[in-house]
Design a protein around this ligand. Structure first.
Ligand SMILES: NC(=O)c1ccc[n+]([C@@H]2O[C@H](COP(=O)([O-])OP(=O)(O)OC[C@H]3O[C@@H](n4cnc5c(N)ncnc54)[C@H](O)[C@@H]3O)[C@@H](O)[C@H]2O)c1
Length: 278
């Protein structure tokens, strides 16, 4: 059901690759809520993903950009303002990539070139986006900027590797830039910490199926789906969340406040029983 929460609002959505992408669900929902926006991703993503399809269904133009390159980001903001007829009201940063994760490098055997790339793509790109937007004065007062994060930024989860460090930096950037942009332009900046979700990026994490099952069993409300993440993101882009800024908001069915649940304990005891039988 749509509530027209983004009627009259303009935005930029970075990071939709295919119909499993969280950004894809957010774009679809934003369009249904009356928002108009441009879509941005890399040329490789356009070639291997399904972005064309999303652009058609959301009546959005695609602006190709590598989010680590300042000149590309400037192009995205400039073209978006031309296409949408003025400054934007909402921006989604839904970008992450780690070659160390992809190549199964362990955290105590990282490739440092890969590590720098992880930080650049998954965290610094957020700062670059905000800095470019501010210099170009591309966001309307009371605009809302959201980046997607994961709890590995604050708690250690096996397999998340250098992406945990990138997410910690991402959340810190939201706070540091949120202060400046809030003070000067009333623009709010937040990160949304989502449950593990089966997407291209999510599936690269080692042991992701076990992780998804575990967090589901640990969370009183169960894992949050990508569609539910889209619902909440719309609230964050809408005027209903005008005074929320510099926050990392958990959207995880309660997982982040749990230490042990009955379901997880039962599963653990079952494993112990089986081990004793061996
Ligand atoms: N899937 C999960 O379990 C999960 C959980 C919490 C947070 N997140 C976060 O959600 C966001 C979206 O990931 P997703 O799970 O939808 O996966 P996804 O693979 O669909 O999206 C990742 C996107 O990053 C883009 N990207 C990579 N390098 C880029 C670059 N240099 N410039 C611009 N774009 C680039 C990719 O093209 C892709 O569209 C990420 O920040 C991810 O860490 C995902």
């Amino acid at each position: 059901m749509a509530y027209n929460l983004l009627k009259g609002k303009k935005g930029i959505i970075f990071g939709a690759l295919d119909d499993r992408s969280i950004a894809w669900k957010i774009a679809t929902r934003a369009f249904d809520e009356g928002g108009r926006f441009t879509l941005s991703n890399t040329p490789v993503a356009l070639r291997f993903g399904e972005l064309d399809q999303l652009a058609k269904s959301c009546e959005a133009e695609i602006i190709l950009a590598d989010a680590t390159k300042i000149s590309d980001i400037e192009k995205v903001f400039k073209r978006s303002m031309e296409i949408l007829g003025g400054k934007v009201d909402f921006i989604l940063h839904s970008i992450a990539m780690s070659m160390n994760v992809r190549k199964h490098r362990e955290y105590d055997d990282l490739d440092y070139d890969y590590f720098q790339r992880t930080i650049d793509i998954s965290a610094l790109s957020f700062h670059k986006m905000l800095q470019v937007a501010k210099k170009m004065d591309a966001i309307n007062n009371w605009g809302s900027v959201l980046a997607l994060s994961y709890i590995a930024s604050q708690r250690t989860l096996v397999g998340y590797n250098d992406m945990a460090d990138a997410k910690a930096l991402l959340e810190s950037i939201a706070r540091s830039f949120g202060y400046i942009y809030g003070r000067e332009k009333q623009i709010r900046i937040n990160t949304l910490s989502q449950s593990p979700t089966r997407t291209t990026a999510g599936s690269a994490v080692k042991g992701v199926d076990g992780l998804i099952d575990f967090t589901d069993k640990m969370s009183p409300l169960g894992n949050a789906t990508a569609d539910e993440c889209a619902d909440f993101s719309i609230v964050m882009f809408s005027d209903l969340s005008r005074k929320i800024t510099m926050q990392n908001i958990y959207h995880d069915g309660g997982f982040s406040s749990m230490a042990m649940s009955l379901k997880a304990m039962n599963q653990y005891n079952k494993c112990l029983d089986e081990e004793e039988k061996l």
